[in-house]
Design a protein around this ligand. Structure first.
Ligand code: DGJ
Length: 726
């Protein structure tokens, strides 16, 4: 979307009124520090307005009576204490067992042009908390996080709730909330519903981000659509246990508290100790859910992903072809065929290490399986490199099977609680990555495996949720591992990447169980689902795209019938579905016919042509899967010179008229040529009438791909249409 020039993101402060205005490219967020009341009140979050107005805007407060919460819903960081009855962002227990906090404002510090900190402390107790606000350049995303410091000399302070932020929403008569939910092999189902009065919680108590919910929520006043209307989004960059609590008060205030942890997961601060929360990200746009997604994609590319400029390679992964039954010979056979198809990265999946004949044993013993790889992995890696591909390897460093030498030597390294059964899921236990000796061990073998085998890429898996998660020995904050495990994981990933700067990593947790902005800061792509059915995948991908860009979304073409669903899907549809992200291939290539392999090779060639547009372009969701006979998505290249349209008809039906595809993000005054047919249209036609629906083969699972290129010298055309660039 072309937008008018806007002021640069910045922080503006009016000392006299205590007003702080955070200006993103197309929005403004205003708070006011009230030193008398000892609080920070929220004033505005939405369309831009000048500081001169912001300083005079009134601050909402509830009707004053002896049952009312004085500022419920409109404090920037509500604490447990005083006449506050809403969801607290901060709740503590002091050494004497008391809880209520009495905040006082210490200072407002401008740390940089884009970063301001409001420092608060308890009136008498030894606790300070610092509210950080940052306005990253070039976008509409705001970042907030909080730091806590125990400033006393005696006794521990328990943090019961320690949110990153509370994001108050403006007053609207009704609110609709959107989020994704699902489960293993069914991630990414988008749901929008009216936000009821009360508290609505989404989160994970599982120790990982979760398939069942993803840490973001979107809001609109019930009137936004894909490309119009005001939308607010809040997300959390956390990969452990987390919680987003949306609250709508009966008096009409709405907001969300976003943070790590959950009920009963407490953090202990020793004297002198401190804790920093993960970042919560949020944005406002006046241009619908699609623009909210594009703004987030842009932010992740500009400020989060380690190598956003790199094209992600076409990978081949052996999991669905050989499962645990891997060997040097069968992987070589697959690698040769994968190279012939144009794959650029070959990934050896589970089963390559000692004791790993199925999922009952081996996790923890990370040396090559002597029977399957008698010469080790290096000969396979070398041959993969000789074939012109990078070499990738599956690992699951945070897990151990009870049947492993590691567990026999270190049974105490797993998450467990005294006198409780350590529950096994998928026959495995979770290693406690909050313990330095465990992360040092992991780092040690990972460095060796990567160096010894010239590994270019790791698929980093995590295949079960936490149970009996506690510290050793159990203490008052025994369950802090729900928060600290992910920090240990981040440290391992950060150090491994520092040691091997060319190593690339895919995050996987039994599919999409660990997709969040925190893990994306230290991985290069994610595996969104173990469901590779090309039709089901459209729904997964639709949900994924709400926050995450196509350039990090792995998608494989696997065999038909699909091993999970049994659905028969033509090769072309399977490719078109996977070409909407980072294309991979995961079928048993030794069983594909010559004709199938020739078709696949041609589709890989086409993907490489559209790759920069799909992986780095702006994404427009034209038609959502499940809402009509068609699903369609469009990408526009960074420079606006190319557009790619993918359209799918999962099942056919006699009767319903099929629409033309009204494209977006094109210049109404330019002309575009279909690179296959040579037909030309003006941007205004493509936006208004739409791209005539490409011919789809008869029957179920029909699909098409259209590549459009802007014609540099359009010559005399039909003339510009209104609203160019929307
Ligand atoms: C779960 C992953 O999502 C799969 O792709 C595969 O790697 C298996 N684990 C291997 O155990």
């Amino acid at each position: 979307m072309m937008k008018p020039a806007a002021p640069l993101p910045s922080v503006e402060i009016d000392e006299a009124s205590g007003t702080v205005l955070l200006r993103t490219t197309y929005s403004v967020y205003v708070l006011r520090v009230d030193r008398v009341a000892g609080t920070v009140r929220h004033v505005h979050w939405g369309a831009p307005l000048p500081l001169a107005d912001a300083v005079t805007l009134p601050v909402w407060s509830e009707h004053d009576n002896s049952f009312a919460g004085r500022w419920d819903g409109v404090e920037e960081y509500p604490v447990d204490g005083g006449a506050r009855f809403g969801v607290p962002a901060l709740e503590v227990r002091f050494p004497d067992g008391s809880s209520p906090l009495e905040p006082t404002v210490l200072a407002v510090d401008r740390r940089a042009a884009d970063h301001v900190v409001v420092r608060l402390r308890d009136r008498t107790r030894p606790l300070t908390w610092h509210l950080h606000y940052r306005v990253p350049a070039d976008g509409d995303v705001l970042e907030r996080w909080t730091e806590f410091h125990h400033t006393g000399a005696d006794g521990d302070v328990l943090l019961l709730r320690y949110a990153s932020a509370h994001w108050p929403l403006p007053h609207r008569p009704a609110w609709r909330t959107g989020s994704v939910h699902g489960g293993w092999a069914g991630e990414g189902r988008l749901e929008r519903s009216v936000l009821p009065v009360g508290e609505t919680v989404i989160g994970s108590r599982r120790g990982h981000t979760g398939h069942h919910a993803n840490p973001w929520m979107a809001w609109d006043a019930g009137d936004a659509g894909e490309e119009h209307g005001e939308v607010w989004v809040v997300a959390l960059a956390a990969s452990g246990t987390w919680r987003l609590t949306a609250q709508r008060t009966a008096a009409g205030r709405t907001g969300v508290v976003a943070g790590e942890g959950h009920e009963g997961i407490e953090l202990r601060l020793a004297p002198g100790g401190s804790h920093r929360t993960p970042v919560s990200l949020a944005l406002y746009t006046a241009h619908g859910f699609g623009q909210a997604s594009r703004d987030f994609h842009h932010h992740l590319r500009m400020h989060v992903l380690p190598h956003p400029e790199e094209p992600r390679p076409v990978l081949y992964n052996s999991w669905e072809a050989t499962s645990f039954d891997v060997s040097e010979d069968n992987q070589l056979a697959l690698a040769r065929r994968a190279a012939d198809l144009g794959a650029e990265l070959f990934v050896l999946d589970d089963g390559w290490f000692r004791g790993r004949d199925d999922d009952r044993a081996g996790l923890g013993d990370w040396t090559p399986h002597p029977a399957r790889f008698p010469r080790g992995l290096r000969p396979l890696a070398d041959e993969v490199h000789r074939l012109g591909m990078a070499f990738g390897l599956w690992v699951e460093p945070e897990m151990v099977n009870a049947d492993s030498d590691l567990f026999r030597s270190h049974p105490d390294w797993v998450l467990h609680q005294p006198d409780r059964t350590a529950t096994e899921l998928r026959n495995q236990l979770v290693l406690d990555f909050s313990r330095p000796e465990v992360t040092e061990w992991a780092l040690g073998w990972l460095r060796k495996v990567v160096a010894d085998n010239a590994v270019d890429f790791l698929k980093w898996d995590f295949n079960r949720a936490f149970t009996e998660a506690g510290a050793h020995p159990a203490g008052p904050d025994a369950r802090r591992v729900h928060v600290e495990h992910a920090r240990g994981l981040y440290r391992v990933l950060d150090r491994l990447r520092a040691d091997f700067p060319r190593l690339r990593i895919e995050a996987c947790a039994g599919g999409g169980g660990r997709v969040d902005p925190g893990i994306l800061a230290r991985t290069d792509q994610v595996w969104p689902s173990d469901n590779t059915d090309a039709v089901d995948r459209l729904t997964v991908q639709h949900g994924f795209s709400q926050l995450y860009p196509a350039g990090v979304m792995s998608a494989w073409v696997t065999d038909s019938p699909n091993p999970l669903t049994g659905r028969v899907v033509p090769m072309r549809f399977r490719f078109h579905s996977a070409m909407a992200g980072v294309l991979g291939i995961g079928g048993d290539l030794t069983r594909w016919t010559d004709t199938e392999r020739a078709e696949a090779a041609e589709l890989v060639r086409v993907y490489k042509d559209i790759r920069p547009v799909v992986q780095r372009g702006r994404q427009y969701r034209l038609l959502a899967p499940g809402e009509g006979p068609l699903a369609a998505v469009q990408y526009v290249s960074e420079d606006g010179g190319r557009a790619v349209v993918l359209v799918w008809r999962p099942s056919t039906a006699f009767g319903p008229a099929l629409p033309s595809l009204r494209l977006r993000g094109l210049d109404a005054e330019a002309r575009y040529r279909d690179e296959e047919s040579g037909r030309e249209w003006s941007g205004s036609t493509l936006r208004s009438f739409g791209l005539p629906l490409p011919e789809l083969p008869a029957g179920d699972c029909a699909s098409a791909l259209v590549r459009l290129r802007r014609i540099e010298d359009p010559g005399p055309g039909p003339g510009p249409g209104p609203g160019a660039g929307a």
